[in-house]
Design a protein around this ligand. Structure first.
Ligand SMILES: *Cc1c(COP(=O)(O)O)cnc(C)c1O
Length: 359
């Protein structure tokens, strides 16, 4: 199978090899060093300030989202949240569950975030802002500089979910002034699922110190204390943390985050150019694309039928959408261990389906 989904994605051979090894004991100086190296490379690739910290939580990306809210926000906050798809909706649900007062900026599927969406909230006493830098469900890449500047003017604490855009699109945490950045092991990090990576700026460390977290397992005070020596309070997903280490060093050796972003960008461009070249009956639904994924509306067939056909008859996974978009949208990812030759096979499959009048 060739995997064009947005996670879990294909891993490099070196990362996969770790998956076949025995999981080592981890209360050792060797494992601590590996964790501190992971922290150093994440800080470098996310362009954090020197005094920022990184924690690796054993949970999926959504666990990282909830951890950020539980440890950094309180009922005294007044939050703004952008909801342009299912991941924005998840932030809304989490804020509701944890009883954090908030206002929702609801955007139609596929629409970009514009200055006029924020204008009415200037000077209204908002204290926090939650944003997906890339709303993966609809493939919309939001203008994080616009939000960062709003937050600076209004003294808002910014939590950015970069789960599907970290290492795919440029991101400078220090310049944007974000307090928390969240990513996951199975997106562009291209490892097995199970680890949420969180970069925490000093503004976040201050909030964490003052906030009582109502969940022991996800308490960042404990995670930060242990991470001072490269450890975790509980047994982490040791094997995945080792995969992350191999992967981060691979990226470093190949030219760092910028080189990886360029690689992702060129794969996305290759695929998008081929769609146009062959006049395939798919429309791009996003006003503002990320390099991570191409969201497509097929104009002549059901998106889910195409997903099933490509999976069952051509041995490839494209990424189906759920809910109301099940039949109208599918996505093709550009993250993980993919090559232009893989995209040629996908394009050939689409051409074959057109030949057979399926699309
Ligand atoms: C994948 C994703 C998540 C959720 O991650 P899980 O690992 O499935 O919990 C959250 N936000 C965005 C933007 C994502 O792409």
């Amino acid at each position: 199978m060739i995997n064009f989904t947005v996670g879990p994605v294909q891993s490099s051979d070196a990362v996969r090899a770790i998956g076949g090894e025995q999981v080592p004991y981890f209360r050792t100086s060797e494992f601590s060093e590996l964790m501190l190296e992971n922290e150093r490379l994440i800080k470098k690739f996310a362009h954090t300030t020197d005094d920022s910290r990184v924690v690796f939580m054993t949970c999926s990306g959504s666990g990282g989202m909830e951890t950020a809210i539980m440890n950094c926000l309180t009922r005294d906050d007044k939050a703004l949240v952008v909801n342009g798809g299912s991941f924005g909706e998840r932030f809304v649900e989490l804020l509701t569950l944890h009883e954090i007062p908030f206002t929702e900026i609801k955007l139609e599927a596929g629409k970009a975030l514009k200055p006029e969406h924020l204008a009415q909230y200037e000077g209204q006493g908002y204290t926090a802002f939650l944003l997906q830098k890339h709303e993966t469900s609809t493939g919309v890449h939001y203008d994080v500089d616009l939000v960062g500047n709003f937050c600076k003017r209004n003294n808002c604490f910014l939590i950015v979910d970069t789960i599907s855009t970290f290492l795919c699109d440029p991101f400078d945490m220090a310049e944007i002034g974000a307090g928390v950045m969240i990513t996951g092991s199975q997106k562009a990090l291209a490892c097995a699922p199970g680890i949420a990576v969180m970069a925490l700026a000093p503004s976040a460390l201050e909030r964490i110190e003052k906030t009582k977290c109502c969940c022991q397992y996800l308490d960042l005070k404990l995670a930060l204390k242990n991470m001072e020596r490269g450890q975790t309070p509980w047994t982490p997903a040791v094997g995945i943390l080792r995969q992350i280490n191999v992967r981060l060093k691979e990226i470093e050796a190949m030219g760092g985050a910028e080189a990886e972003i360029t690689r992702c960008e060129s794969l996305a461009k290759y695929f998008r150019d081929k769609l146009v070249e062959h006049g395939l009956p798919f429309e791009i639904i996003s006003e503002s694309l990320s390099n991570a994924v191409t969201p497509l509306h097929p104009t002549t067939a059901s998106a889910n039928d195409i997903f099933l056909k490509i999976k069952d008859e051509y041995g490839m996974w494209i990424c189906p959408n759920g809910g109301s978009m099940k039949d109208t949208v599918f996505r093709v990812g550009h993250i993980g261990y993919l090559t232009t030759a893989d995209y040629d096979k996908l394009i050939d499959a689409f051409l074959d389906l057109r030949e057979k009048k399926f699309i």
